[in-house]
Design a protein. Structure first.
Length: 236
């Protein structure tokens, strides 16, 4: 009987946590940071993409402002970095990345461990010859050169290094065009892969939700950052 009572308390506590977690996400969804940012043409275009669950940055591999070949060895990729190549950049739970190749193969054990127990992380880099077309959502973000450099520095700060070089995990990628690298930081329910993307946007002055464990808030606030037509602006 005592054991059943304990299990019942744990179950109710877990369900209450899930409910409050979801409600907090919905509330923060609507609260913007960098409210005055307008997504108008600037020096560099980057993108945020989502498969419906996970959000990545997509950035130019080489630009006049930053060359990712100085950080990553493009010989590890079938598509070498050129001025026409993009890099998908994500940060996330080590277990998710290495044990779940597709979302349909996600095991409850892996999900529970990632969300409830602070876990080690990896950087995931994918080389794209063109913008990815297999994603459910893609949004363009216009950055100044300074903002883009800030974003690159933010991304670089999450790579673990050894002897001044990032730590590559050979053979861990899903295809011949993506790779994993040891990362800094721990993953848990309040510091998710999408939180990481959102935090980077806030750091560089882009409009974003105050906190986002999912991707919906990121895209919602980016749409709000689109400049309004002149006629509409005059009516306000």
């Amino acid at each position: 009987m005592v054991l059943l009572n304990i299990l019942g308390i744990l179950l109710v506590s877990f369900l209450l946590f899930v409910l409050l977690y979801a409600l907090a996400g919905l509330l923060c969804f609507t609260i913007p940071v960098n409210k005055r940012y307008q997504n108008i043409k600037r020096d560099v275009d980057i993108y945020v993409v989502s498969n419906g669950v996970h959000v990545d940055y997509v950035i130019p591999s080489i630009s006049p402002y930053f060359n990712w070949k100085k950080v990553l060895d493009d010989r590890h990729y079938a598509t070498h970095f050129t001025e026409q190549t993009y890099l998908g950049v994500g940060w996330g739970d080590r277990g998710f990345y290495l044990e779940v190749d597709e979302w349909k193969n996600l095991k409850p054990r892996v999900a529970a461990r990632a969300m409830l127990v602070p876990s080690p992380t990896l950087m995931h880099i994918t080389s794209h010859a063109e913008l990815p077309k297999d994603q459910k959502r893609l949004e363009t973000i216009h950055l100044s050169a300074d903002q883009y450099l800030q974003l690159c520095n933010y991304i670089c700060s999450y790579f673990q290094e050894k002897d001044g070089a990032v730590i590559h995990l050979p053979g861990a990628g899903y295809t011949d065009n993506d790779n994993f690298y040891e990362a800094r930081g721990q993953y848990h329910a309040f510091t998710t892969c999408n939180y990481w993307v959102n935090r980077g946007l806030i750091r560089i002055g882009v409009r974003a939700p105050i906190w986002s464990h999912g991707g919906g808030g990121i895209f919602y606030q980016l749409r709000k950052a689109l400049p309004r037509p002149v006629a509409e602006a005059k009516r306000v």
